[in-house]
Write a protein that binds this ligand. Structure first.
Ligand code: UGA
Length: 437
């Protein structure tokens, strides 16, 4: 099937390549000429494991093309809207300007029978508004809401083998026809037995923000337990293991530490609260305010721990921060807990050097005042304290003995609870962690 993908960021670029992999003929469109030029030459504009190989494979078939001219979408039967919905500056609400612009650009090119598929994470009510705008210009086109649940770092796998497929359809025959067309697009994952939920617009839009809110709540729950552990001498990692054995609770997303960041969870829970307020049900989501505060408190606690191990002051101390990305296997630094800690320490008078296997360039663009190093050893040379802020495998694998030779003082704060405290202490390190004795 001929398909278009509007917006080629983390979501759209992966979606376009995966749809081509499924056998469709895909045109990806983005307003960012630089990004399009990279993609058109088969290179990924961001770090995502497996994407470069997938781009090479699918572009070689001739089924995948990228461009900046939206007129290229003509002839496609299904148009995926994959643009970002960041947080509005100074407000909790989502900024829908890119969704609006994508729909505006698409409208003149829509033919009867075309299906516009929203994948962006949006406040509930957006699909209805988009449908009204489409109907005003091309009454025979249909809008479907089909939220995306991919995780950065696993985006290719999550798109080719999703754990569920959700359609929000308008009522009536037009919705059914659009759903059937989308079934053709997703024929391969559906044939693999992927669970499918076919529902209305409101439910489909809510599924996405409800899922992200649940995940954020789970993380903040265990981080709240970490605060209790710190006050009582208990160990939050053992606590998580023990409660995680209860299948109703589950161990996943119970990793206590510096908390959640990125371009999704933080802004999604805030936008959800803002939308609930508009709908007059703000009380229903007031707990998310607490989820957000617990999460932000972890960053402050990390700085406090660093100060504690430095005998009460970080002024003039050399601090190495391992990690800049909001999580491993990503170069995304949006709302990164690691950079937030690094920046706070810099402001408080420490000499901070940040390193990351993939995210240094993005970090330096966003936080030009911080200093950066290419490797953990370089960052830690002469350091008084090391902070592990993003749990890349290479930081988990550090040898405490060899690494101890590069620092000035063997002090480490494990912000992700991934190091073996006994091993580090044996090698002469002062080891501290969030929620562990
Ligand atoms: C998240 C969701 O997991 C995806 O399902 C969703 O599709 C996506 O947002 C989205 O809305 O597009 P992502 O932002 O890639 O995916 O990252 P996650 O893997 O969810 O991690 C989010 C943050 O939580 C990271 O900073 C991570 O370090 C932190 N985290 C995760 C913890 O602190 N503890 C955990 O146990 C798990």
């Amino acid at each position: 099937m001929r398909i278009s993908v509007i917006g080629c960021g983390y979501l759209g670029a992966v979606h376009a390549a995966c749809m081509a992999k499924l056998g469709h003929e895909v045109v990806g469109v983005d307003v960012d000429a630089e990004k399009v030029a990279l993609l058109a030459s088969g290179r990924a504009p961001f770090y995502e494991p497996g994407l470069p190989e997938l781009l090479a494979e699918t572009m070689a078939t001739g089924r995948l093309t990228f461009g900046t001219d939206v007129a290229a979408v003509a002839g496609a039967r299904v148009h995926f809207v994959c643009v970002g919905t960041p947080q509005k500056r100074g407000e909790n609400a989502a900024d829908l300007r890119y969704v609006d612009a994508a729909v505006d650009a698409l409208l003149p090119h829509l033919a009867p029978g075309d299906v516009v598929v929203g994948k962006s994470t949006v406040p509930v009510g957006t699909a209805e508004a988009v449908a009204a705008r489409v109907a005003a210009v091309q009454p025979e086109a249909v809008v479907v809401w089909n939220p995306e649940f991919l995780r950065e770092g696993f985006a290719v796998q999550d798109t080719l083998h999703p754990d569920r497929i959700v359609y929000g359809l308008p009522p009536g025959a037009a919705g059914e026809t659009a759903g059937a067309l989308l079934d053709e697009v997703y024929a391969t994952p559906l044939a693999d037995g992927t669970p499918q939920v076919v529902t209305d617009y409101a439910t489909a839009q809510l599924v996405k923000v409800a899922a992200n809110s649940f995940l954020a709540t789970k993380i903040s729950f265990i981080n709240a337990m970490a605060e209790l552990c710190e006050a009582t001498g208990a160990d939050v990692t053992q606590l998580a293991d023990a409660i995680g054995h209860d299948a109703r609770i589950g161990r996943r997303f119970l990793n206590a530490g510096l908390g959640f960041g990125g371009g999704c969870l933080p802004k999604d829970i805030r936008a959800f609260m803002a939308r609930a307020g508009e709908l007059g049900v703000d009380q229903a989501l007031s707990f998310l305010r607490e989820v957000d505060s617990i999460n932000m408190r972890r960053r402050v606690r990390m700085v406090d721990l660093a100060r504690e191990v430095c005998d009460g002051s970080i002024v003039g101390r050399k601090v190495a921060v391992l990690g800049a990305a909001f999580k491993p296997d990503s170069d995304d630094v949006r709302d990164s807990p690691a950079l937030s800690v690094a920046a706070q320490m810099g402001l408080q008078g420490a000499h901070v050097v940040v390193t990351d296997p993939e995210a240094v360039a993005n970090a330096a663009q966003r936080w030009p005042d911080l200093r950066y190093a290419a490797t953990a050893e370089e960052a830690a040379a002469g350091a008084d304290v090391v902070l592990l802020a993003t749990e890349w495998q290479e930081y988990r694998d550090l040898d405490p003995v060899a690494f101890g030779r590069v620092v000035a003082g063997r002090r480490i704060v494990d912000g992700r609870n991934v190091l073996d405290p006994a091993r580090w202490r044996e090698a002469g390190w002062v080891y501290r962690a969030l929620g562990r004795p």
